[in-house]
Design a protein around this ligand. Structure first.
Ligand code: NAD
Ligand code: ZN
Length: 262
């Protein structure tokens, strides 16, 4: 029932967007920070994913990130990522705004993707403007097996992961695009985010404030749940497949509507 209702709302939307967090990748084997117990050597992510931790002990932070890069490199998009990409192909979802750094939306085929927290396969120099996507440059394996601290090929300074750490500002261009989309959207589909990391967590509120609808999938209540018009208390994969079926059922009964959309 809930998935049918959500499917109907999405199928009728003029400009629907999705907003995702770590929960959408949990079923791909990428643990969320908040749910994980003893994620890596009993450190809390807040003790490692910070600029202070990197200044204090870059070797430790790089070991943590190389472990995460290896884990994520093995992960595959799950049925939630795939259903979302399918909804974009159908012309229903116009953009995906993610807080994830794992590249799984892109692997699933999502095209209009805004990464608010960067990408774990990118590195950047701590001094100059050098940036590299290790997946695209084909250097990921070499990078992961090297024991040395990674250095900038241009200036020799330390390289760091090109992700947003706790306490750091979000990339301005991505943030502006995300809020512009939110101000236009009449529906936002929120999947697997705790909704407590600001300013990203404002996105569903922006949609709600101008009269848009909020659909949420999360096995647990979150900071977004109080404003959700439809809250689906399920894991992302099951919830998204249900929604996709709901959209298809609605469009199946209204073929002409679908043609107009295209
Ligand atoms: P978060 O704030 O997005 O919280 C995770 C949410 O996922 C929780 O609300 C939880 O109830 C929900 N969840 C758990 N399993 C789920 C499932 N199967 N289906 C749907 N929802 C599920 O994220 P966080 O873990 O607190 O991480 C904070 C930040 O750290 C992120 O914004 C991100 O930048 C980074 N991070 C990224 C990844 C990734 O890229 N996959 C993973 C962990 C952390
Ligand atoms: Zn440099």
């Amino acid at each position: 029932m809930l998935c049918e209702e959500a499917g109907r709302i999405l199928a009728k939307a003029k400009f629907a967007i999705a907003f995702t967090g770590a929960g959408i990748s949990a079923e791909s084997g990428v643990p969320t920070f908040r749910d994980a117990n003893g994620l890596w050597r009993n450190y809390k992510p807040e003790e490692l994913a910070t600029p202070e931790a990197f200044r204090r002990n870059p070797k430790l932070v790089w070991e943590f990130y190389k472990w995460r890069m290896r884990l994520i490199a093995k992960a595959r998009p799950n049925r939630a990522h795939l259903a979302l990409a399918r909804l974009e192909k159908m012309g229903i979802i116009k953009a995906v705004i993610t807080q994830n750094v794992d590249d799984l939306h892109r692997e699933a085929g999502t095209e209009n993707l805004i990464e608010l927290h960067g990408n774990i396969f990118r590195v950047r120099c701590t001094s100059c403007a050098y940036r590299e996507n290790l997946k695209e440059s084909g250097r990921l394996e070499e990078f992961l097996t090297s024991e040395d601290l990674p250095r900038c090929p241009r200036c020799g300074s330390l390289l760091r992961p090109d992700v947003v750490w706790f306490g750091e500002p979000l990339p301005q261009d991505a943030l502006e695009r995300a809020f512009e989309l939110a101000s236009k959207a009449d529906v936002v589909l929120v999947i697997g985010t705790s909704g407590v990391v600001y300013p990203a967590a404002y996105i569903p509120y922006v949609v709600k404030e101008h009269g848009g609808r909020v659909i949420e999938i999360n096995p647990k209540r979150s900071g977004i749940t109080p404003i959700a018009d439809v809250f689906i208390p399920k894991p992302a994969g099951e919830g998204m497949e249900g929604i996709l079926r709901g959209v298809e059922a609605f469009l199946g009964g209204k073929g002409s509507d679908h043609q107009r959309r295209k």
